[in-house]
Design a binder for this molecule. Structure first.
Ligand SMILES: C[S@@+](CC[C@H](N)C(=O)[O-])C[C@H]1O[C@@H](n2cnc3c(N)ncnc32)[C@H](O)[C@@H]1O
Length: 196
């Protein structure tokens, strides 16, 4: 019902949506996961042109789940935390969701060439910030942060012309100069990019 409502463009609040997750994960949503509204805006752009969207640091898969209900594209989330991947897979199975899957991996082990467009919600910030972490498992390390940012920037740079990227918050160091800003929304925090 929930996902059918999203598909039918009925209003679903984040509070309603987040009920698919266990209560301890729901508490993280406001700060760490994409809202229903932003997921629809971003997937409109990313899902329009392509059939393979990668969410770089997918959490429990909220963006991917909403994107797959809202558009006809395929969504893959890569997430380093096994517990979040397990929760996402449980929801995917329970609601029998099509076109969504999760990879339990560090982003540096994922080849971007298999995908056509990309979503990035400031995933590496927790490597350089002590405030409100998801849990205590992430190493605070500027070196690690630079390594992840550099990997994503290089991979995005090697993608063909026309590749689409949406970023939400962040310092934008992951965005190569080869991408032009097409549009922004949500007070400038949501940015829509295209590879030249
Ligand atoms: C801000 S949350 C965003 C979640 C999701 N993209 C959304 O918008 O709802 C960032 C997620 O990225 C994951 N992450 C951080 N660094 C990662 C890495 N190097 N490889 C894979 N996942 C990573 C974190 O575990 C966290 O779940």
């Amino acid at each position: 019902m929930l996902f059918r409502h999203i598909k039918a463009n009925k209003d679903i609040s984040d509070r309603e949506f987040d009920k698919v997750f266990p209560s301890n994960i729901r508490l993280l949503s406001d700060m760490h996961f994409t809202s229903v509204k932003v997921a629809k805006l971003a997937s409109d752009y990313l899902g329009e042109k392509s059939n393979a969207v990668l969410d770089i640091g997918a959490g429990p898969g909220k963006f991917c789940m909403i994107g797959s209900a809202w558009t006809s594209a395929q969504y893959v989330g890569v997430e380093q935390r096994t517990i979040l991947c397990d929760i996402a897979n449980h929801v995917i199975e329970r609601y029998d969701l099509d076109r969504v899957s999760m990879i339990n991996e560090n982003i540096v082990n994922v080849q971007f060439s298999e995908f056509k467009s990309f979503y990035f919600f400031n995933s590496f910030h927790e490597n350089i910030c002590r405030e409100d972490p998801i849990d205590q498992t992430t190493l605070r390390s500027r070196q690690l942060y630079n390594c992840y940012v550099g990997y994503v920037r290089n991979e995005l740079d090697t993608m063909p012309s026309g590749t689409r990227l949406v970023t939400y918050y962040g310092f934008l160091k992951e965005v190569p100069k080869s991408y032009k800003l097409v549009l922004d929304a949500e007070g400038g925090f949501l940015k829509f990019w295209e590879r030249r």
